[in-house]
Design a binder for this molecule. Structure first.
Ligand code: ATP
Ligand code: MG
Length: 757
């Protein structure tokens, strides 16, 4: 028997071997929380306290779930396939598939990602003739998701004015539309499961009896609904083991509530609160930077981190003149790390916003360095892939109107707006899906639409007994997508992406069976009962925990769920040894030998949307803390004076976070910049900066009371700022100045007492 416990320090050991009672492990980054959680699962199984089927473990990303399962397989000779380890969404998906009838869903229900959800909302507003300027679709989406995250249906939301009443009404209609089409959004996955378990007592009791041990990683980022869901699953007797770090709570914007940690301690009567204070991840300077930074936050539960590792290398900081130079610097540094023997996949480049990745990607591409982007435009979000997925969705569930509308006339087959209007009218009239309404459309429109239905039916027929990857191939051929892109000028890339869908399907099947295995519970009688509100009276059948689990989902359904739920993995680049690019949010829980934190500028990081309020700023600081603590050995930070973002050149101040780091841990690589202007640049920089060069050149020649765009100035009240633009000339010159935390000000250059910095 493998000794699972010998690699643990005393506090970790205590946590791993706690009795089956509610427990909270509160500890900083890199202190081994995830390791403790995984080891505890292994230990519980190895000592016979629970079978693999009795464990429910919640992780924050699919990647983390996969890693946990892989670790468990290496620790124990058990079959991990089918273990309930996954994200809240993944686990709920699995539950709903198994009990779709009780949950009031078709077995082939499909999952809307946020992009699909937004277009479903737009379609709804259009069909109702609602003014989308007055009721912006995106706001309605936030409204709906916010309500669902609180566990509220439309009928439960209190609206105190007409405007809100309209939102509530639209929320209700949106739910009806989703129900008709057999689709659920992300928040719905959770709410539906929660409602199912609340009203269905036998089912609830079954799962409560089954999952004796519930373990939750990254507990600080659970929202209210997730917390209540856990309470429901735990019942009176189950041991919930939660690990988290209040300093890493970074999802408040999605309703996460750090207060859940405090509520958990109280409501679950937690007697076992364990703190871990030894950090095993980062070298000293890196840890000092993290500790000093986060000490600026006021609302903290309080804990310390120390390390036995030496100071290591100082944090290297670079000020670039432009975003392009910043990217080039990153590449030079990464190259020298690789020359020193670093593995590419151990180097991460982090940014606050996805939009920042473009310049870095371009530079990496030009330099021929393989890289992999997490998040951003996901493989499954590319237009051509969306089209292919829509065909697959229709093959699986033809009532998905979003999928129907996406491809009914793509590639073009002569189905015009008029025909679709007729079809939509019929669908509305009979309260059915567009697919089902096709027979009600007469005339020429009816014939062309009928042709489309035949096409889909033909695809279903042809692929009945085919393995998933062949099914995908047949769909690509029969749909006409490949031919369509062959005729398009820049279609080659798209065809390549489409062909990768076949490989993705193959990988999916080989890697995980179907990725989502069936649960060990199938109420055979419940499966016969229709309607949402019914419960199973008997027939609660519990299979032997170690018996192979029957499939409740077709490979196609499973693959489609995977396409919607997979957190931004780019299939195309999987498996390569590549540099890792991602937002700070998606780096949570991960670690790398070397980390670059880029774009550390006021307005960007901290982000302008958050920096105005204390709570927002504290969240940004936690985000920075997460970023810093991803690094094991080397940490780099960079910022740029100018940056092209969303089509505009921005002139940025360096992030205030630099002032919150300990000097001893830092090494500034760039000369302190006083050389922004043409006259001086030659001595410090060889070429003019790429971004923003024109603006600088334009303003250079003007008589602007001696001031120039891009120049750093100091103001008695607002502190340091950067001139963003200058209007007028001579005695009439006024300038917009970005004062970072004080925001943008318009000042008269002849009156404001500005000083050059
Ligand atoms: P985060 O808050 O970032 O999620 P964490 O607290 O979950 O961090 P882990 O990822 O579990 O931390 O551990 C950080 C690193 O330290 C991992 O590489 C892990 O293997 C290592 N580690 C944890 N405990 C020990 C130990 N007792 N001895 C040696 N290495 C350890
Ligand atoms: Mg962790």
């Amino acid at each position: 028997m493998q000794n699972l416990l010998h690699n643990l320090n005393p506090e970790q050991l205590a946590a791993v071997t706690l009795p089956a009672q509610p427990a909270l492990i509160l500890a900083g980054a890199g202190s081994g929380k995830t390791r403790v959680l995984t080891t505890r699962i292994a230990w519980l199984i190895q000592t016979g306290q629970v079978s693999p089927a009795g464990i429910l473990a919640v992780t924050f990303t699919n990647k983390a779930a996969k890693e946990m399962i892989a670790r468990l397989s290496s620790m124990l000779p058990i079959n991990t396939r089918g273990m309930w380890i996954g994200t809240f969404h993944g686990l709920c998906n699995r539950l709903l598939r198994a009990h779709h009838r009780d949950a009031g869903l078709p077995q082939t229900f499909q999952i809307l990602d946020s992009q699909d959800q937004l277009s479903a909302i737009k379609r709804l507003l259009k069909s109702l003739n609602v003014d989308d300027e007055k009721y912006p679709p995106r706001n309605l989406m936030y409204f709906i998701n916010g309500a669902k995250d609180q566990g509220l249906r439309a009928k439960d939301v209190e609206a105190n004015d007409d405007y809100n009443r309209k939102f509530v009404e639209l929320y209700d209609l949106y739910d009806t539309q989703c129900q008709r089409e057999g689709v659920v959004d992300f928040a719905e996955l959770l709410l539906r499961t929660y409602e199912l378990l609340t009203r269905n007592q036998p089912l609830r009791e079954h799962y409560q009896a089954r999952f004796r041990h519930i373990l939750v990683d990254e507990f600080q980022d659970t929202n209210n609904l997730q917390y209540n869901w856990l309470k429901l699953m735990a019942g009176q007797h189950n041991a919930v083991f939660a690990v988290g770090d209040d300093d890493q709570s970074i999802y408040a914007f999605r309703g996460a509530n750090v207060g859940n940690m405090i509520a958990f301690e109280r409501e679950f009567h937690v007697e076992n609160l364990i703190k871990l204070e030894q950090n095993y991840r980062s070298h000293g300077h890196i840890l000092d930077a993290a500790n000093t930074l986060i000490a600026n936050n006021s609302r903290r539960l309080g804990k310390n981190l120390r390390t036995d590792a030496g100071h290591g290398e100082p944090v290297r900081i670079y000020e670039a003149e432009s975003d392009i130079r910043e990217a080039n610097w990153i590449i030079e540094e990464a190259k020298s790390l690789i020359n020193e023997g670093a593995t590419r996949s151990e180097i991460a480049i982090l940014y606050r916003s996805n939009a920042q990745s473009r310049v870095i990607e371009h530079a990496l591409f030009t330099a021929g360095i393989p890289y992999r982007v997490y998040g951003g435009q996901r493989y499954f979000e590319r237009a051509e892939i969306k089209h292919a997925i829509a065909y697959l969705q229709l093959m699986d569930n033809p009532h998905n109107d979003s999928a129907f509308l996406r491809v009914v006339n793509f590639p073009t087959r002569g189905i015009g707006a008029r025909s679709l209007e007729q079809l939509q009218d019929a669908a509305r009239q009979y309260g059915i899906s567009m697919y089902a309404a096709v027979p009600y459309v007469t005339g020429k429109a009816g014939t062309t639409l009928g042709g489309f239905v035949k096409l889909i039916e033909g695809m279903r027929f042809e692929t009945q007994n085919l393995p998933l990857q062949e099914l995908v191939q047949v769909m690509l051929d029969m749909s006409g997508l490949i031919t369509h892109y062959q005729n398009e000028k820049e279609g080659a890339d798209r065809i390549e992406n489409l062909e990768q869908l076949v490989s993705a399907a193959m990988l999916f099947v080989s890697e995980e069976g179907f990725g989502i295995d069936a649960p060990a519970f199938l109420g055979p009688k419940s499966a016969e009962v229709a309607g949402p509100a019914l419960t199973i009276a008997d027939g609660v059948e519990v299979l032997d925990a170690d018996a192979p689990l029957p499939a409740v989902m077709s490979p196609l359904s499973a693959f489609l769920s995977h396409a919607s739920l997979e957190a931004g993995d780019n299939q195309a680049q999987a498996g390569q040894d590549a540099l890792q690019l991602m937002t700070v949010h998606s780096a949570k829980g991960l670690e790398f030998d070397a980390v670059f934190i880029t774009g550390l500028e006021e307005g960007l990081f901290p982000h302008e949307n958050s920096a105005q309020e204390e709570a927002g700023l504290e969240e940004e600081r936690r985000l920075m803390y997460v970023a810093i603590t991803r690094a094991k050995k080397r940490l780099y930070m960079s910022f740029s004076q100018t940056r092209m973002l969303h089509g505009q050149t921005r002139y940025n101040m360096k992030s205030r976070f630099f002032d919150e780091l300990p000097d001893e841990a830092l090494k500034w690589l760039s000369p302190k910049v006083q050389h922004r202007w043409f006259g001086q640049r030659k001595s410090a920089w060889d070429e003019p900066p790429e971004s923003g060069a024109n603006n600088i050149a334009q303003s250079f020649n003007r008589d602007n009371a001696g001031w120039r765009v891009g120049e750093t100035v100091s103001h008695a009240k607002f502190g340091e700022g950067v001139i963003v633009n200058i209007e007028g000339s001579g005695t009439n010159s006024r300038a917009h100045i970005n004062f970072g935390r004080h925001g943008m000000k318009l000042l008269d250059l002849n009156i404001a007492k500005l000083e050059k910095v």
